[in-house]
Design a binder for this molecule. Structure first.
Ligand code: HEM
Length: 394
């Protein structure tokens, strides 16, 4: 079975259900060569046992997300300082003004490609602003992100698989040179940005190496953009597919935070996470051998009927909603508060600025390139322009 056809990537939920019922642990033979876990209990177990399910997976070794304690604990403590509630709250008005700058010129047009013109550039500008990338370098920054994401093709066996690694290495070289210049500038003239904080940070009396800073930089470039863009796009997709829920939200705008959680559950921006068992593990009667690649299918776990009543219903008032879209445990997403805030700002601006909306294309949407992410590459929509009133979404 090809798990990665466009059709399945648009709508994987029926397949996931079959898997949870009949085969919650699936072995996919080479070249993909991985074990997939589909049910909530199995996925959560792996997330809560980091000693057994290691994050040292076939991925860039200098990204701290792919490391285990004690190294992970130290590096996470350090980068967490850039994501405190105060730092995030201070970004709110700057994010709102970025959102308006992007959206306002589009409003008169009556149609736009939501992905390309708004949902993708907004998180890119936010993360570039946090890191301290000057405006004139934003386009380059975006191209790097796309190349890094292509790493996920490496196991697909498709035509892109061969070029993914060389392209990543070439981009890493370019980013490394760029970063070295930025570091020199920040040393000479420190600023109030993440890069300055990383240069000045010490872990156990040691400064971060160039490689470690480069790893953070790459991780944030990818982590900060693609996922949040998909959250915004997927929210609009969910609303278009469920007009009654959109009407409910417009009537009760205080439901927005809960609606965002439901989008995260229903169309999780990341569909799987990688782990490697440190020894043989038995799960649902199967033995996953040590050191094999394991994919934790969070997109499926989030539709498990054992946890979520009527999981195929998109319900903006779902409570409780213990979804795993941001992971769980020691690697829980550091950007969760930031992306929730971005989504809140984006959806407030979109729903208050756009009246009646619909898809402007009858073609099924094309999934984004990277295999582990879920969302459309383009999302053409048409809409009625309305006078904005952000206090209510009507
Ligand atoms: C909707 C948006 C987002 C989603 C769905 C998401 C999802 C996730 C998930 C599932 C993990 C856990 C990975 C694992 O256990 O292997 C994670 C980790 C992480 N995320 Fe996010 N993320 C989002 C936005 C962001 C943003 C905006 C940033 C930064 C600006 C960010 C930075 C990180 C970092 C640094 C980690 C690694 C944490 C660690 O290993 O300790 N994420 N994210």
């Amino acid at each position: 079975m090809d798990l990665f056809t466009d059709e399945l990537r648009r709508q994987p939920f029926g397949m996931y259900e079959q898997m949870r019922m009949h085969c919650p642990v699936l072995r996919v033979p080479p070249p993909f060569d991985a074990w997939l876990i589909f049910d909530y209990e199995g996925v959560k177990r792996a997330l809560t046992e980091p000693d057994l399910f290691s994050n040292a997976v076939p991925a860039p070794a200098n990204w701290f997300i792919f490391s285990d304690p004690p190294r992970h604990t130290k590096l996470r403590a350090l980068i967490s300082r850039a994501f405190t509630p105060r730092v995030i709250a201070n970004l709110e008005h700057r994010i709102r003004s970025l959102s308006r700058q992007l959206l306002d010129p589009l409003l008169e047009r009556g149609e736009m490609d939501l992905a390309r013109e708004y949902a993708v550039p907004l998180p890119m500008k936010v993360i570039a602003m946090m890191i301290g990338i000057p405006d004139e370098d934003w386009a380059r920054f975006r191209a790097w992100s796309d190349s890094i994401l292509k790493l996920s093709y490496a196991r697909s066996g498709g035509p892109e698989a061969k070029s993914a690694l060389p392209e990543f290495l070439a981009v890493t070289g370019e980013m490394s040179t760029y970063l070295a210049q930025m570091i020199t500038q920040r040393r000479a003239e420190p600023k109030d940005d993440l890069l300055t904080r990383l240069i000045e940070a010490e872990v156990d009396g040691e400064r971060l190496s160039h490689e470690e800073i480069l790893g953070f930089f790459q991780l944030l470039v990818v982590g900060g953009q693609e996922t949040t863009a998909n959250l915004i796009n997927n929210a609009i997709l969910c609303f278009l597919e469920n007009p009654a829920e959109l009407a409910r939200l417009r009537a009760r705008p205080e439901l927005l935070p809960s609606a965002i959680e439901e989008v995260l559950r229903y169309r999780s921006p990341l569909q799987w996470l990688m782990r490697t068992p440190t020894r043989d593990v038995e799960l649902h009667g199967q033995v996953i051998p040590a050191r094999k690649l394991v994919l934790l299918m969070i997109g499926s776990a989030n539709h498990d009927a054992k946890l979520f009543a009527v999981p195929e219903r998109f319900d903006i008032t779902r409570d409780p909603n213990p979804h795993l879209a941001f992971g769980y445990g020691i690697h829980f997403c550091l950007g969760a508060a930031l992306s929730r805030m971005e989504a809140r700002i984006a959806l407030t601006d979109l729903l208050s600025g756009l009246g009646k909306l619909g898809l402007a294309s009858s073609e099924p949407w094309e999934p984004r390139k990277a295999l582990h992410v879920h969302g459309p590459t383009r999302l053409p929509i048409h809409f009625e322009t309305r006078k904005r009133d952000t206090s209510v979404l009507v």
